[in-house]
Design a protein around this ligand. Structure first.
Ligand code: PEP
Length: 255
């Protein structure tokens, strides 16, 4: 049985004080929710302060990226052990914005996953096709490439311990959500590949989140799908009320 996970990706929004104010209000909104892992992903500058604000609660913190080297002359980069020490337990890797705007490749994603797991962080690895790729009928081939190359060389145990987020790029920040059936099809395909490449136990254990314009009113239908194990939420995670509702609705959908 996979525990559902709801993660909020704040992207480059919220100053430290705004992030802490959110975390303090949000922790009381979700304090009675059990059976769902809840994660907030603030900017690097706010990771430590948000982690302190949710310490000893049912809310965990993610960084939005890491660099794969441990330390060195890499101006502007932050290592996995640095964000771990700052209080993060998860890290988002290979978000489509990083792939599109900052040139991240599957090989880089692979290096970041290894570094994250080496520092005891749980990677949330984003995959997903662009609109052009979907319209060209290339969705499954794109997912295959991102998963094969992104997870290359990992052991079945390492794959079981990470989280995959299927985020069709055409659904991110556009208000255009994949239908529950489209999400389930992609998730079932991903789980099938995990079974083929890493074994049945790994495929059963690995959580696969859906991301792309998730809102309180579409959460339940998505999370109810057999292979959808939660959500990675952008815009709707910036508001305490809507993100709180997403968490509660995901819980109701799986019980
Ligand atoms: C995201 O950035 O991961 C995301 C899914 O964004 P949104 O929910 O705003 O589409």
């Amino acid at each position: 049985m996979r525990t559902p996970l709801i993660a909020g990706n704040w992207k480059m929004y919220k100053t430290v004080s705004e992030a802490v104010a959110f975390a303090k209000e949000f922790r009381s909104v979700v304090k009675d929710v059990s059976g769902v892992d809840i994660v907030l992903a603030p900017t690097f500058t706010a990771v430590h302060a948000v982690a302190e604000a949710v310490r000893a609660t049912n809310v965990a913190v993610a960084a939005q990226d890491v660099y794969w080297e441990k330390e060195g002359a890499f101006t502007g980069e932050v290592s996995a052990s640095m964000v771990r020490e700052a209080g993060a337990e998860y890290v988002i890797i290979g978000h489509s914005e990083r792939r599109r705007l900052f040139g991240e490749t599957d090989v880089m994603v692979n290096r970041k996953i290894r570094a994250a797991q080496g520092a005891d962080l749980t990677p949330i690895v984003c995959v997903g096709e662009t609109l052009e790729e979907r319209e060209a009928g290339a969705t499954l081939a794109v997912l295959d490439r991102q998963i094969k190359d992104g997870l290359d060389g990992l052991t079945p145990e390492q794959v079981a311990a990470l989280v995959i987020a299927y985020e069709p790029v055409w659904a991110i920040g556009t208000g255009r959500t994949a239908t529950a059936a489209q999400a389930q099809d992609a998730h079932a395909h991903i789980r099938g590949r995990l079974r083929q490449w890493f074994g049945a136990d790994t495929a059963e254990q690995t959580r696969i989140l859906y991301g792309g314009s998730v809102k309180p009113d579409n959460t339940a239908e998505l999370v109810r799908e057999a292979d959808v194990d939660g959500a990675l939420v952008g815009g709707a995670s910036l508001d305490v009320k809507s993100f709180g509702e997403i968490v509660t609705k995901s819980r109701q959908a799986v019980v």
